[in-house]
Design a protein around this ligand. Structure first.
Ligand code: VAH
Length: 318
């Protein structure tokens, strides 16, 4: 039976991942790791155990690993791309000094580790369309620098010490539960909230800005399926390209308008977000994930939009 620690369990991915892992492995087998400034609340708090696990404090992770006999760590502690540009030192401290602590504890206690990378690990010189699994990665954002370093350090711990590290390169993730915080792709979540509230949406990215996106249920399934995959099949480890859909602001706007005919959108380009988005791929080639661990998304823009609007209407009507 697995005993799992989710570091960053109160974040956008962590909060839903923790609940999904509890469904699959049992509430008591999944520890919600948190920091005092972001305590678990609601269902996350009520559905299972939680403990302080500050990725920048190695001892706090070690105590949890020992106390709960942890054998798998999902490390989701990170600053996202826009915030990381304003706090580069903190982004490195959490992303890399934190990762070092996680990998050292994993080495000592025999834990498998999932630390996601991102399409943000690619840069201007990466082929933008159908970005290959193995290609140039020269990002110019601090977020991207931490994600490429995450991939290299995680692979190092696998090849040098045999630590079972695995990861995916997440695209922009769209969720109806926990709002995103400080990302370039946040617009693709905010637009649904504006539509449901009957507000005009002001888009920070210009038309034609294509990025890979994914609905949260697919993102959670990718992380868990990869960690359950037979190790012998994996030719890659850190990190797999995964893809579900690629769209620009105009396409997601038109898809929502099918359900909210009077929905309006205007453009007010945010230069930092635009420059980051322009440096990222338009679409990824995820053949390796499909071949090595049977990755397959369930949602596309049409089905995600139906579900997002339905879930947000229900949530906002409560
Ligand atoms: C961001 N949502 O925008 C995150 C993610 C690929 C996008 O890394 O920074």
């Amino acid at each position: 039976m697995k005993n799992i620690l989710v570091i960053g369990a109160t974040g956008q991915i962590g909060s839903e991942l923790t609940l999904e892992l509890r469904k699959r492995y049992g509430d008591d087998h999944v520890i919600a790791g948190y920091i005092p400034s972001a305590m678990p609340k609601g269902e996350l708090k009520a559905s299972g155990p939680s403990a302080i696990a500050d990725v920048t404090d190695r001892q706090s992770i070690e105590v949890v690993a020992r106390q709960f006999k942890i054998d798998t760590i999902y490390n989701l502690a990170a600053l996202l791309s826009v915030v990381a540009e304003s706090r580069p030192a903190m982004a490195w401290k959490i992303g890399i000094d934190g990762l070092w602590n996680v990998l050292e504890v994993a080495r000592e206690y025999g834990c498998a580790v999932f630390t996601p990378s991102s399409i943000g690990s690619f840069g201007e010189t990466t082929p933008h369309v159908k970005t290959p699994q193995d290609t140039i990665q020269r990002p110019r954002t601090m977020y991207g620098v931490t994600k490429v370093t995450t991939e290299l350090l995680s692979d190092y711990y696998y090849t040098r010490y045999g630590v079972d590290t695995r990861a995916v390169r997440f695209p922009g993730i769209i969720s109806n539960v926990t709002p995103p915080g400080g990302g370039t792709t946040d617009y693709a979540v905010d637009i649904y909230y504006s539509a449901v509230k009957g507000e005009k949406f002001v888009c920070p990215l210009k038309p034609g800005t294509y990025m890979d996106m994914m609905y949260m249920p697919d993102a959670l399934n990718a992380a868990i399926s990869l960690m359950e995959a037979a190790p012998a099949r994996l030719k890659h480890r850190n990190a797999f390209n995964i893809a579900a859909m690629s769209f620009d602001p105009e396409q997601i706007y038109q898809e929502i308008k099918k359900h909210v005919p009077n929905f309006e959108m205007a453009y007010e380009v945010d230069p930092l977000k635009q420059s980051i988005a322009d440096s990222w791929p338009d679409s990824l080639d995820d053949t390796c994930a499909r071949e090595e661990w049977d990755w397959k998304p369930q949602y596309d823009l049409e089905s995600m939009t139906v579900d997002m609007l339905e879930k947000l209407r229900a949530k906002l009507n409560k």
